[in-house]
Design a protein around this ligand. Sequence first.
Ligand code: PHE
Length: 333
Amino acid sequence: MENRLISIKNKAVEALLSIDQMTDLNNLKASFLGKKGEIAELMMGLKDLSNEEKPKVGKLINETKQVLEALFEEKKAQIEAKEIAIKLEKEAIDVTLPGIKKEIGTAHLLSQIVEDLEAFFIGLGYEVKEGPEIETDHYNFEMLNLEQGHPARAMQDSFYIDPNRLLRTHTSPVQARTMLQSEGKPIQIICPGKVYRRDDDDQTHSHQFMQVEGLVIGKDISMANLKGTLLAFIKHFFGKDREIRLRPSYFPFTEPSVEVDVFSEDGRWIEVLGAGMVHPNVLKMGGYNPDEVQGFAFGIGVERLGILKYAIDDIRQFYTNDLRFLKQFKGGR
Ligand code: PHE
């Protein structure tokens, strides 16, 4: 019997050496320690032994059983450790691989310019206002002294949605809206925003562009205040002593009206904005008495400013999302 048990043990040890899968281990374990395994078989044989032999042999079988169980446990732990090692290796992160670079965006150049303007004018005590891009004929034209059929409407070829509504052709309707809201109180606002005009796009024209409207209304406001304000702004924006020139011009909603040119680096005067003293009719329609208060207004072309400051050769650069262009301007937020 002892020899038999030793040979069973040796068989198990040998068999265990040749496997490394959990399923094989389970099968092997069943053949030795299972209900119909070799040990169970030996146990069955006990009943044929004499009462004297039974406990001795039973003890021997039990010892072998314990040894086998320990052997199988050990193998199980080995296989599990190996499986974990394989899994870890598969899931390992190669820390030497280059990472995925997250590009950090910047504010668009137009936004950067607008934010700069806002910061400057807020510093002078202005408030920033907004108005709708889909505007009524009433606010876009009539409240600005451009009644139906006014020839100056042709200066601003428009995108009409229906006879009463259009994409605003300038930010000036916000002047009228603000006056009505302010109920005769003094006003000091700017309004940045997109405007639209029918145009064939080329190097210098875009059917969509941006303006920053300015409006100041109060007692004793004069053309000198307008010029001083614009000059201070231009010096701030260009960061050096640029000269400006006021040229007489015509807008139905200002009187007198001027166009403001900035002296460019290549020695030319370039128009950057329209401005003037708010027309008495516009003040009246807005609920202000032109005998008591005056106002000035201006409309700055945002792209124009950018083109001048950064020597940009094509206005379409602002709208075609070419990263090579946009990445050159990393300022802003
Ligand atoms: N709204 C005018 C334009 O778009 C500019 C302007 C604004 C002129 C305010 C005078 C006063 O051309």
